[in-house]
Design a protein around this ligand. Structure first.
Ligand code: FE2
Length: 216
């Protein structure tokens, strides 16, 4: 008699990753322009050593990257079972961050209509920050048992980290909490952070099953 029980993972928290080094050149160039502008406007705060820019997706040079990222978010939502024939995706935010030594980012989620959040990593020195995704089910976190091996990602884990790579694109649903460990490198960590929302699609467009996205 077969005693093995089959586990069916319900209510999953997928994280999506892709290597897209072809966007590094233009995104580094545009990010540097906006970070340099920010540096002229404000001194680095030693207690919070990070520069964050204004929205950069309006820059004409970001159009191809922005379109790719927004289409990717649309595809993720469609793959998850959402009725995406009725929606376009657009950015509520896309900004560059430059994290200097000892900078960190505490656990948070994104509201303001965001449904997909993500990152594109520009410069990742050795010993800089790791990205952590956190278990979103508070009831599980509160009642969790000790883990057999905290170095292994299992269904018992309550947080899972990744070492980001330059040119790597990472997406997750915006309800999934994320954070960054401290940047221990003397060199800065740079990445683009973005939030994607949806708006109602044109009904006439729906008849042809839209695969394009609206960049706002
Ligand atoms: Fe975030």
């Amino acid at each position: 008699m077969e005693n093995k029980l089959e586990g069916i993972p319900l209510f999953a928290c997928p994280v999506f990753m892709a290597d897209k080094p072809e966007f590094l050149s233009v995104t580094r160039k545009v990010s540097k322009k906006f970070i340099d502008k920010r540096k002229k406007e404000a001194e680095l705060n030693p207690n919070y050593p990070v520069y964050m820019t204004e929205s950069i997706n309006y820059d004409p040079e970001m159009l191809e990257f922005s379109n790719f990222v927004a289409q990717g978010a649309w595809g993720i939502l469609e793959s998850q079972g959402y009725a995406m024939d009725f929606f376009n995706t657009y950015f509520t935010e896309m900004w560059s961050q430059e994290h200097h030594q000892n900078s960190t980012m505490e656990k948070h989620i994104h509201g303001n209509g965001a449904v997909i959040s993500g990152f594109y990593f520009l410069d990742v020195p050795d010993n800089s920050s790791k990205i952590i995704f956190h278990e979103p089910k508070d009831s599980k976190v509160i009642t969790n048992l000790p883990e057999r091996d905290m170095s292994t990602a299992t269904h018992a884990s309550t947080m899972i980290h990744f070492v980001p790579k330059e040119g790597q694109l990472i997406y997750a649903n915006s309800w999934l909490p994320h954070s960054f460990t401290k940047n221990e490198s003397k060199k800065p960590l740079r990445f683009i952070h973005f939030n994607v929302a949806v708006s109602a699609a044109n009904q006439n467009q729906n008849q042809n099953k839209p695969t394009t996205v609206e960049i706002i």
